[in-house]
Design a protein around this ligand. Structure first.
Ligand code: HEC
Length: 176
């Protein structure tokens, strides 16, 4: 046990990312922290693109005409190892562009241990280009409702369950 604690502290101090993290605060608070981290990390300059994809590749419905997707270290490791499920701590940031190549939204997935075991432990959020959490108007049981797109939105989860990439909840085709 002591050895594990020692190793965890060691990894946290020397590699900068925790062995596992627990989401604290509300889904919206987490979104704000995530956005802050993305800016501090300067992900556009320091993260890698999704394997096999470059800048402004052609997207499929519903995300945008053109997409640019960035992955952090743990996600890249999992993708390159052809894991069937990406490791905890994985973050994927996808920028969604309109046909005229202006930025419309930024959708992010983060795998957080213990967050939502029923759906692969992914935290989902859709940001406006300025970093505000976006909402969506839906109709449920004949009533109009506004859903906040942060946390466990049914829409994101429902579609991504298809796991098109052959990796749980991941949709972007991966080079063979
Ligand atoms: C109707 C289906 C659908 C819905 C709803 C949907 N997505 Fe996606 N998502 C996709 C597809 C298809 C791709 C692959 C994009 C491509 O390469 O064209 C994708 C890719 C992604 C990626 C890149 C990683 C991956 O899985 O490939 C992220 C991040 C993402 N979506 C986040 C979200 C978030 C957040 C929501 C909810 C706000 C959401 N998605 C809702 C279909 C969907």
């Amino acid at each position: 046990m002591y050895r594990f604690i020692f190793l965890s502290v060691f990894l946290l101090i020397f590699t900068g990312f925790p062995v596992y993290q627990v989401l604290s605060g509300s889904d919206n608070e987490h979104a704000a922290k995530l956005w802050d981290m993305m800016q501090k990390d300067d992900y556009r300059d320091t993260w890698k693109h999704y394997p096999g994809k470059g800048v402004l590749y052609k997207g499929a419905h519903p995300h945008g005409a053109f997409l640019t997707t960035y992955v952090n270290g743990p996600a890249l490791k999992g993708l390159n190892a052809h894991n069937k499920e990406l490791p905890y701590g994985s973050i994927l940031i996808k920028e969604n562009y309109k046909p005229d190549k202006t930025l419309a939204a930024i959708t992010v997935m983060e795998r957080v241990k213990g967050y939502n075991l029923d759906a692969g432990d992914w935290y989902w959020v859709k940001f406006s280009p300025k970093g505000d959490v976006m909402t969506k108007d839906v109709e449920m049981d004949g009533k109009k409702k506004t859903v906040t797109l942060a946390g466990k939105p049914k829409g994101c989860i429902g579609c991504h369950t298809a796991s098109v990439a052959g990796i749980k909840y991941i949709m972007t085709p991966y080079p063979k």
